[in-house]
Design a protein around this ligand. Structure first.
Ligand code: PXP
Length: 241
């Protein structure tokens, strides 16, 4: 069993700040508390519309935290330039649509393969670990390997939706498990994320091939009631193998 890492996504601290155009709550403060509470990495998504995290947050967080920083970004030349400037430890490439509330699914790897390949090569030259956010499909896992990714982050959103509504989620769970097993078999790390809460993180953490979970919205939401430190500690305990 691989010891699972917890990446804490703090985007929604910035969402609250930006809702009032204020300077608080500060994402940097959340990143530092997450670090002290046992987070293995900090994840931020710098969207092209900068609706939550801003470039100034990226700069401040990268400067102050000691654990790895995982930057989620769309596969564009502008974002590549920003990644090369701030050199996060990890980049997770995600699809982005302007009107979506959150990332709605994995990348369309095939239609963007030339651009993705160039971006991956460039990031790796800068010693940045690259993961691709993908659907739990064997084709996407194979393509990620061919494109040169170090890891795949498997989209758990569909599974979580079914699981939360107490609908049949077993076949979606099996897709995630098979995809993770295959990713590890062909030499990549398998990560997972999107929509996870305490219960779904527990079930997903039973997949031995998955080495990292990235969790955001639920942690920030539950922090309103239990505090950021408690929520992170609870997740760390839940995903412990
Ligand atoms: N992983 C990826 C690639 C994401 O885009 C997101 C959302 O920003 C997450 C994980 C975290 O999802 P959630 O906020 O639903 O926990």
């Amino acid at each position: 069993m691989i010891n699972k890492r917890l990446g804490v996504n703090i985007d929604h601290v910035a969402t609250i700040r930006n809702a009032r155009g204020e300077i608080y709550p500060e994402p940097l403060k959340a990143a530092l508390i997450a670090e002290q509470s046992g987070a293995d990495s900090i994840t931020i998504h710098l969207r092209e519309d900068k609706r939550h995290i801003k470039e100034s947050d990226l700069k401040a967080i990268k400067k102050k935290i000691k654990i790895p920083l995982n930057l989620e970004m769309a596969p564009t030349r502008e974002m590549l330039k920003i990644a090369k400037k701030y050199k996060p430890d990890y980049v997770c490439i995600v699809p982005e649509k302007r009107k979506e509330l959150t990332t709605e699914g994995g990348l369309n790897l095939y239609s963007q393969k030339n651009l993705l390949r160039k971006i991956i090569i460039s990031l790796k030259k800068n010693k940045i670990r690259v993961s691709l956010f993908v659907e739990p499909k064997i084709f996407d896992i194979t393509t990620s390997k061919i494109l040169g990714a170090d890891a795949v982050e498997i989209h758990t959103g569909k599974y979580c939706n079914l699981f939360n509504k107490r609908k049949r989620s077993q076949s979606e769970f099996l897709k995630i498990k098979k995809s993770a097993a295959y990713a590890v078999k062909i030499g990549m790390e398998a990560h997972a994320g999107h929509g996870l809460n305490y219960k779904s993180a527990y079930t997903i953490s039973k997949i031995k091939y998955i080495s990292e979970l990235n969790i955001g919205h639920f942690i920030i939401s539950d922090s309103l009631f239990v505090g950021l430190k408690s929520s992170i500690k609870k997740f760390k305990n839940i995903i412990k193998s």
